[in-house]
Design a protein around this ligand. Structure first.
Ligand code: FAD
Length: 457
């Protein structure tokens, strides 16, 4: 029998965005329900335990880049503890000519590092005096070459972009993909001058909560998503949903679906919040035709393979610091490697060492199509050359495929954001969330999740 439920708000997706929205809506005693097609919450955030190793299978670390992150953990109190690594995290390595070079942290190290050419080091002195960019659609590669030089692009920004976006700086549009960097130039006229001036600017107590600190959660990131789920109330979720279709009739959103037992459910709501990837919207939004939705659903995503490796008696490159990033110009098959057991305690058996590597991304998408055996062979070869253990004998070796992992905020972003606004205006109570807008990191998702709750309540 078809059961009919009336709710004020329906949220689609129980990843970090949907869970954050649900958590804050619940605090406001709003009348809502979350529909999730998987049989568990967390979306791409899934922590697993294997042979004494605590493993992240999606994101590994976030940055406390928005006050909302600190506020969420404050609010959760001792139910879920943020895990901030020590200063060692500031040490990062960049591969150049097959050798790991520390990313310079100060002026002196910046002068002596072999990562940048002599010409670009000299050029950097002129950075504060260079004029502002005038093209709002300048891509990240153009911006960095214009202000800092090609070697800075190749050995800082490009590997950073591979680490965050698995992307290509020639495709990412700065004002959409790295809005803080874009504003730095536009507001202060210079990265160097702007960073110094910003450092002196008096910040409010709330602004001070946003830092560059890296974070995870004690016990793994799933502790956060599970805590949000439990604190919101598990009865507010339909997990394992199938065949979701949503129509808009007489000012109401009509969601029809089957629950995990195959029972048909109809939910009538005044408001609808979507938090899925852009590519999913076509599958359940029936009141807008595919062509109209195309500026949103055509958003490109990078596919990546995440490789988790644990070693019992590690004798290779000393994994001090955050990890190593690999510039595209080095022509390797790996995007980067994180030193997870250096960053966070209690994630390995005694004397264990844990690494996470990423493969694929926008510029090596063919690797995503390889078979598991082919990939394992590539990983072993790359890992031996990059981290130089005496033998390849991991006690943990797991691969996780992420199709549609990281959205690429390219030139078409403006069209997507306009279409979102247009549809939200046309359909009262419709809110598009998720990583199709407002940033790709976990901090952005928490910020957006809270904002969605405020808009919809
Ligand atoms: C491999 C990888 C590594 C990353 N690394 C980092 C990192 O180091 N640092 C960082 O800050 N961020 C990182 N990110 C990004 C970060 O993880 C995401 O921004 C964030 O977790 C996304 O949360 P979300 O809720 O917006 O989306 P998702 O987690 O994708 O959740 C969306 C949910 O919607 C559900 N859904 C989809 N379609 C339907 C449907 N038809 N009906 C019902 N439910 C549906 C999905 O099952 C899913 O649970 C990484 C992401 C990936 C994939």
């Amino acid at each position: 029998m078809n059961s009919i439920i009336e709710k004020d708000i329906v949220i689609i997706g129980a990843g970090l965005t949907g869970l954050t929205s649900a958590y804050y809506l619940n605090k406001e005693q709003a009348d809502f329900i979350v529909i999730e097609k998987k049989d568990k919450v967390g979306g791409v955030i899934q922590t697993e335990k294997h042979n004494g190793y605590l493993v992240e299978t999606g994101p590994n670390t976030g940055v406390v880049g928005q006050p909302e992150v600190a506020e969420l953990f404050e609010d959760l109190g001792n139910k879920c503890e943020i895990d901030i690594p020590g200063k060692e995290v500031n040490k990062r390595f960049i591969l150049k000519n097959s050798k790991w070079e520390p990313l310079p942290s100060g002026i002196l190290k910046g002068i002596t590092t072999p990562l940048f050419t002599f010409g670009d080091k000299l050029r950097l002195l002129g950075e504060p005096f260079r004029s502002r960019g005038k093209n709002p659609d300048e891509n990240l590669a153009q911006l960095v070459i214009r202000r800092m030089g090609k070697s800075f692009l190749d050995y800082v920004i490009d590997p950073f972009i591979l680490g965050v976006y698995s992307g290509d700086p020639k495709i990412l549009i700065t004002r959409h993909a790295m809005p803080k960097l874009y504003k730095l130039e536009q507001e202060y006229g210079s990265f160097i001058g702007g960073s110094i001036k910003k450092g002196f600017k008096k910040k409010t107590e709330r602004e001070l909560k946003a830092t560059r600190k890296v974070f995870s959660v004690k016990g793994g990131l799933s502790e956060l998503t599970n805590t949000l789920y439990n604190e919101t109330g598990t009865d507010k979720f339909i997990l394992g949903s199938k065949d979701l279709q949503i129509n808009y009739v007489d000012g109401k959103y009509i969601s029809t679906l089957k629950n995990s037992e195959g029972k048909e459910i109809t939910i009538k709501s005044n408001k609808l919040i979507t938090t899925t990837g852009a590519f999913e919207l076509d599958n359940f939004i029936s009141f807008v035709d595919k062509k109209t939705l195309a500026p949103i659903t055509s958003l490109q995503y990078a596919n990546v393979v995440e490789v988790v490796m644990g070693f019992e008696n590690w004798d290779g490159f000393k994994p001090e610091g955050f990890g190593g990033l690999i510039p595209f110009v080095e022509n390797r098959d790996v995007l980067g490697v994180l030193f997870m057991s250096t960053l966070f305690m209690n994630r390995t058996p005694e004397n264990g060492t844990l690494f996470t590597m990423f493969i694929g991304g926008m510029r090596k998408s063919h690797l995503f199509e390889k078979s598991e055996d082919e990939l394992k062979a590539i990983i072993e070869k790359e890992f031996m050359q990059l981290l130089k253990p005496s033998k390849f004998n991991p006690s943990l070796f797991k691969l996780y495929w992420h199709k549609g992992a990281i959205p690429q905020y390219g030139i078409e972003s403006e069209g997507r954001f306009n279409k979102v606004k247009e549809l939200e205006n046309k359909y009262p109570g419709l809110f598009f969330g998720g990583n199709l807008k407002d940033g790709i990191g976990m901090a952005d998702r928490i910020k957006q999740g809270k904002e969605l709750a405020e808009r919809a309540k």
